[in-house]
Design a protein around this ligand. Structure first.
Ligand code: GAL
Length: 652
């Protein structure tokens, strides 16, 4: 794993660039990302290109033996361009145009903007594409950040109508697919279709899903235009985009299909404070991040990147954008990086080199303070560099990250639950993360994979956010020998967001002879108990009609948990403790070797090594008698250690 940093030479006097590069190199950094917001400096006025400064900056990095990732600057169209073409601006669902003055203010459907992006990317690709230091290009920056996937502009409306015509061919087919006879929503032709906003009450979920799919396709098309140009002028470079955490507003698999690597931006403390709904979790992990947040995303994005993962931005200290911005527990900068290594990241890069004392992100820390003195992350990076050396020495040449457990992830399914939640406490990503946490508490590696993945190499597979089962998934489920656990809502809708003719779980009935005849969502105070190992459930439950015997019954007589051959259906959301017990039992039963852990301790395995990370809050003592490569058996909160998984492994 190489170490990297995000650097903005345009923010600093040229006189400090060489010293910056020299300090980066001395710290062990070898990869530097530059350029992704620099349009106003690269082209201050139309067709007046200023590339000299960036040449000098990249040459300086190169002279210090640093490799460069260059970002295309399309997340920040400059003022002159917006003034020339105000139609580039995105429009929110209230019809409000999103203004200039921050970033991501463009509409993916604007043809004018697409041409402008092609123009600038072409220029930059020709100018820098063959530079010997360049190893990769980043397209744009964080597609969708600040809720910018959907735009309700005139351009989007016209493009959506064409998209609908292409997908459904006739208006009758669209009306039927969406069920538009309901509430007299039928259209006579495609020109009548509006974007899903501004209605009196709930919009048709099929209309919203179509618009979500359309918007997602617009991102892929926008990205693809840049990819084509970059491949032509810089064929030796990898192409990537930096995705975000806890973010499902477009289908990442589609965009990623045109790229070589999936990278993502990891802000564990920011994500917890902004996204967690549990006060308990917030209190426990506010200085460490949730113990399963970083690794879930590593596992997800490794799947998105077809095996190739980078962390493009990682939190070095307090950030500026969460509701509160605490300082990480000492040790976390080191620990988060070892997690990235154990999850197969090729590059782990911090955001940012030096804290900028001006503008929106002046309160966001970096590796250096604004006066260039070292901030606290730097010491932890030194420790990391020395630990990575020891780990690399301990790993045999062909060491790999083995994995027997997979979780199928569907962006489409996630969206279906959001569009029609049916219970306000059913948050699809939270439920998925609960299941993921339960798997990680078994001490096993987990792959998060798309529905097209080959499932044959796994022993245990969980499918719990595929609301609609596509053909690819159905076929690989049919052929796998893995034990497959389906969670509630799986297969409950057709791909057009309606209830399947044969009732849920729809086409899964080809694998499991059962039908769901009643679904209920419940407020948090309504706890349901079962006679199966005293497990308790909440929030969501399904009543099943089948010849199969349930494993247990709920207190009111509904059956609980059904199995048929290697397929298993969990028909309720289990409460956390119950879920953890249940999953451990299932994983064991599937023949996976487990290493159970609890609280904030997590294990990851790489070749002959096990990485133990203690997210706290309490110190733990590991019970292994194996030799340690990094650290020892006593782990305070924020500590990580690496040891040989089996006592008989060769020690150094
Ligand atoms: C990311 C973004 C960066 C910077 C960073 C601050 O979302 O890509 O440009 O804003 O957050 O944490």
């Amino acid at each position: 794993m190489k170490l990297g940093v995000c650097y903005y030479p345009e923010h600093w006097p040229e006189s400090v660039w060489a010293e910056d590069a020299q300090r980066m190199k001395a710290l062990g950094i070898t990869v530097v990302r530059v350029g992704e917001f620099a349009w106003s400096r690269l082209e201050p006025q139309r067709d007046q290109f200023c590339f000299d400064w960036l040449h000098r900056a990249i040459d300086t990095l190169h002279a210090h033996d640093l490799q460069v990732v260059l970002g295309t600057p399309t997340a920040t169209p400059p003022k002159w361009l917006i003034d020339e073409h105000p139609s580039i601006l995105a429009v929110d669902e209230n019809g409000q145009t999103r203004g200039f003055g921050s970033r991501r203010h463009y509409c993916f459907s604007s043809q004018v903007y697409r041409q402008e992006c092609q123009r600038i990317v072409n220029k930059i690709a020709i100018e820098f594409g063959a530079h010997p230091s360049l190893i990769a290009w980043q397209t744009d920056n964080e597609y969708g950040c600040h809720s910018t996937i959907e735009s309700f502009s005139e351009d989007a409306k016209l493009a959506f109508r064409s998209w609908c015509e292409e997908r459904y061919t006739t208006i009758d087919a669209l009306n039927t697919a969406w069920g538009n006879v309901f509430w007299s929503m039928e259209y006579q032709n495609f020109e009548e279709i509006d974007l899903p906003c501004g209605a009196v009450t709930e919009l048709n979920p099929a209309h919203r899903l179509a618009f979500w799919r359309f918007s997602s396709d617009q991102v892929a098309a926008f990205n693809q235009l840049q990819v084509k140009i970059l491949r032509e002028h810089s064929p030796q470079c990898d192409l990537l985009h930096n995705y975000m955490g806890n973010f499902t507003e477009f289908d990442h698999y589609t965009t990623a299909a045109d790229l070589d690597i999936a990278s993502w931006d990891n802000y564990p403390l920011g994500f917890l404070d902004r996204d967690s709904s549990s006060t308990d979790d917030q209190q426990k992990w506010f200085r460490t991040g949730h113990p399963d947040s970083s690794t879930f995303h590593h596992d997800l994005y490794r799947g998105v990147g077809r095996g190739r993962l980078w962390v493009m931005e990682q939190q070095p200290g307090p950030v500026n954008w969460a509701p509160h911005n605490p300082s990480p527990l000492p040790g976390m900068v080191h620990l988060w990086s070892l997690e990235a290594f154990a999850h197969d990241a090729e590059v782990m890069s911090w955001f940012r080199w030096r804290q900028l004392p001006r503008a929106q992100e002046q309160m966001h820390t970096g590796l250096l303070r604004p006066d260039s003195s070292e901030d606290s992350a730097v010491d932890e990076i030194r420790q990391l560099v020395s630990d990575l050396e020891k780990i690399n020495k301990a790993l045999p040449d062909k060491a790999a990250r083995d994995c027997e457990v997979a979780m199928v992830f569907s962006y489409d399914g996630d969206q279906m639950c959001r569009i029609q939640p049916q219970g306000q406490n059913f948050e699809p990503l939270h439920w998925l993360l609960e299941v993921y946490s339960a798997l990680r508490l078994c001490g096993v590696n987990v792959d998060v994979v798309p529905s097209t993945a080959n499932l044959d190499t796994y022993r245990f597979v969980v499918v719990t956010n595929s609301v609609s089962i596509d053909d690819a998934l159905l076929q690989s489920l049919k052929s796998t020998n893995a034990q497959v656990l389906f969670g509630p809502r799986t297969g409950s809708k057709t791909c057009e967001h309606s209830i399947p003719d044969n009732l849920p779980p729809g086409n899964l009935q080809e694998l499991l002879p059962l039908r769901i005849v009643r679904t209920e969502s419940l407020p948090d105070f309504a706890e349901l108990t079962t006679d199966y190992q005293n497990l308790s459930a909440w929030r969501w439950r399904e009543k099943i009609e089948t010849q199969l015997e349930p494993a247990g019954t709920f207190n009111d007589g509904w059956g609980f948990y059904y199995s048929h051959r290697n397929f298993h259906y969990l028909n309720a959301c289990l409460k956390t403790q119950s879920l953890n017990r249940f999953i451990l039992e299932r994983v064991r039963a599937a023949g996976v070797s487990v290493m159970p852990c609890e609280d904030g301790l997590r294990y990851s395995h790489y070749g002959p090594l096990t990485f133990a990370c203690n997210y706290g809050p309490e110190p733990v003592t590991l019970e292994t008698t194996s030799p340690f490569v990094v650290g020892n058996a006593s782990l305070n909160a924020g500590d990580a250690a690496v040891f040989y998984t089996h006592t008989n492994s060769t020690s150094l």
